[in-house]
Design a protein around this ligand. Sequence first.
Ligand code: CO8
Length: 255
Amino acid sequence: MDNIKIEQRDRVVIVHLHRPEVLNALNTELMTELVDALRPLDRDPGVGCFVVTGSERAFAAGADIREMAPKSSVEMFTEDFFAGWDGFTALRTPKIAAVAGYALGGGCELAMMCDIIYAADTARFGQPEITLGVIPGIGGTQRLTRLVGKAKAMDMILTGRLIDAAEAERAGLVARVFPADRLLPEALAAAEKIAGYGKPAAMTAREAVDRAQEVSLREGLLFERRVFHALFATEDQAEGMRAFLDKRPAHFTGR
Ligand code: CO8
């Protein structure tokens, strides 16, 4: 793999986006490598969380403009350009984006495809596609609006302005902000914690939270109750509750 580096630490898989010469601009090759690498790990019961990160300077400065620039509308349409990112959003293992530096355009959209975004105090988020004569194309108009609301999304998407980590946290885009040198250790600590829980419960939790953004409250509550009931078929439920009553740490097996 030329465009990403994968590192596994116990139950956590760290993906480093690695195109330093173009600030980790996202091209088709990178997307394919990422999805192909993570798909089998997603099904691996020994993997409980993914952390996606970039460099100090850039998480990712957007889709690769050099790759996109010469394409015609018909090519974009017939190739269904960037539809491959659906393979990333389809991953069911919890995903954390650890963002330092620029997360622009497709970079901001990739972060928003993750379940949690942690940011370094150096992070800058933006959807500057309007400056290129286009609009966000892999979720920016939809996910950003759901996350930060219409007012802030319109402000960012129509002006193309960048927001810093503090503003992103206030707006609800980012869960927590850390000093740059603490970003990866803190993201890994959270990932290890998540990966230490039962994988079926973690997978179900993220699915249920995502429902809240898609369906009515009534449908969402019904979904939550049904999957809550279903988790009572797992050994992890029996173990988690028994461990509480025995006053000992639970040992989850993902079964
Ligand atoms: N694509 C390709 N190359 C890039 C990109 C990019 N998105 N961003 C940076 N680079 C390259 C630069 O061309 C430069 O290369 P070179 O050294 O060969 O000239 C190198 O990275 C370093 O960049 P800069 O010299 O520009 O570094 P600065 O520190 O001066 O500026 C910025 C950093 C502000 C991040 C600046 O590089 C920039 O504005 N980048 C572009 C940001 C942008 O517009 N992103 C949005 C891209 S469009 C998009 O993401 C749409 C997604 C939806 C697609 C949907 C398809 C269906």
